[in-house]
Design a protein around this ligand. Structure first.
Ligand code: NAD
Length: 345
């Protein structure tokens, strides 16, 4: 867009559980003005304290936002994006999982491209401060040759008949849960840290019989030069943290000259090869917002990118690859072998 003096008019679609972190983050950005909130449940929209709407079309026409933030479930995305473009919105941020299918996601990308609009996926985990620290350490050569990366998801919220009901009850009935809803963040984060894999293998399972989808499982990314990245998720187990939702688990990156560890308090530690001593690269602290304030980091990145003309991460076209890899993970689990081809993305 233009230069730093401009203020973006921002409207949001969705006022459910996760939207609270978006509204809070937008309120802390002084380069934007919030002009409306829409939810099909107008009471929820009103509770945001903003001009409240139950019809997206009406909000777009009356509030005239430059940017629409879509914080509703996947089946609503294509319609919302299409309506936004038709009403002249030029920047759209859309929550993950992006659209109801790969075909819909491609259609959304095509329509925004044709309209000359910008579509960014709200894939926030790569913006968590600990992964920014990982990335700098890997890229600076601090670890020597990185040989492997592991993330162990241990949310501890998946046991018993009441699993997920207090926060995200829809988890119980999702036919695909662990990877599609949550593990997808590490498909993207692994790509952010190490690049695109050339093959994936997965082994998924359902442990809690009251839910429909899978709640535990592994996926492994193969990279050229022998590097491997392992996602090891189990929603029934926890990890050592005061709040298991800060990092959702623990990570370790291992290189020929050093090992990085992400702890459940959000701290990142480095141990040099051959040494017992650890140094702290990122201190634990109490972060505002969600997961190291990553929602705000993503939102600020988009606002600064748009207003200052800087390149944007998480463009929707690039994110199609994440959806293709997710499909390959489920396919690998179904057929019981490694998948090399990530169809048409
Ligand atoms: N990136 C993350 O870290 C993260 C975390 C949690 C949830 N999410 C994603 O955010 C999205 C929303 O999740 P949530 O937990 O807030 O769900 P939720 O069910 O709590 O809220 C969804 C809201 O959307 C509204 N809504 C649904 N369809 C609508 C429509 N057609 N028009 C207007 N409003 C509509 C509902 O009334 C509800 O208030 C999901 O896609 C979820 O996967 C992302």
């Amino acid at each position: 867009m233009k230069n730093g003096a401009q203020t973006l008019r921002v409207a949001c679609l969705g006022a459910g559980y996760f939207a609270q972190f978006h509204y809070d983050a937008w309120r802390r950005n002084d380069r934007i003005k919030l002009v409306g909130a829409c939810d099909r449940d107008q009471e929820k929209a009103k509770a945001t304290g903003l001009a409240a709407f139950s019809s997206l079309d009406t909000m777009l026409k009356m509030a005239r936002p430059d940017l629409l933030d879509v914080i509703t479930p996947p089946h609503t995305h294509l319609e919302a994006i299409t309506l936004a473009i038709a009403n002249g919105v030029r920047i759209i941020i859309c929550q993950k999982p992006f659209c109801g299918s790969l075909a819909e996601a491609k259609e959304a990308v095509k329509r925004t491209d044709e309209a000359g609009a910008t579509l960014v996926i709200h894939e926030n985990f790569r913006f968590q401060p600990w992964y920014r620290t990982f990335k700098q350490a890997i890229d600076s050569g601090l670890l020597g040759n990185v040989l492997q990366l592991t993330f162990r998801l241990r949310t501890g919220d998946g046991q018993g008949p009441d699993a997920y009901l207090d926060r995200q009850p829809y988890f119980q009935t999702m036919p695909k849960l662990l990877i599609h809803e949550t593990g997808v963040h590490w498909i993207d984060t692994f790509r952010y840290l190490l690049g695109d894999p050339e093959a994936v293998y997965a082994d998924l399972r359902r442990l809690n019989p009251v839910i429909e989808g899978e709640d535990a499982g592994y996926f492994v990314f193969d990279y050229k030069n022998g590097v491997r990245a392992l996602f090891d998720g189990n929603r029934l187990l926890d990890h050592a943290a005061d709040n298991c939702r800060t990092t959702l688990g623990e990570a370790i990156v291992e290189g020929t000259e050093g090992t990085l560890t992400l702890c459940g308090d959000g701290s990142v530690r480095l141990r040099n090869f051959g040494s017992l001593k650890e140094s702290t690269l990122l201190e634990a602290k109490t972060w505002q917002g969600f997961g190291g304030d990553c929602v705000k980091a993503l939102i600020d990145h988009v606002v600064d990118g748009v207003l200052d003309g800087k390149p944007l991460e998480n463009r929707a076209r690039d994110y199609l690859r994440v959806i293709a890899i997710e499909r390959a993970i489920y396919e690998s689990d179904r057929v019981g072998r490694k998948i090399w081809e990530f169809a048409d993305a």
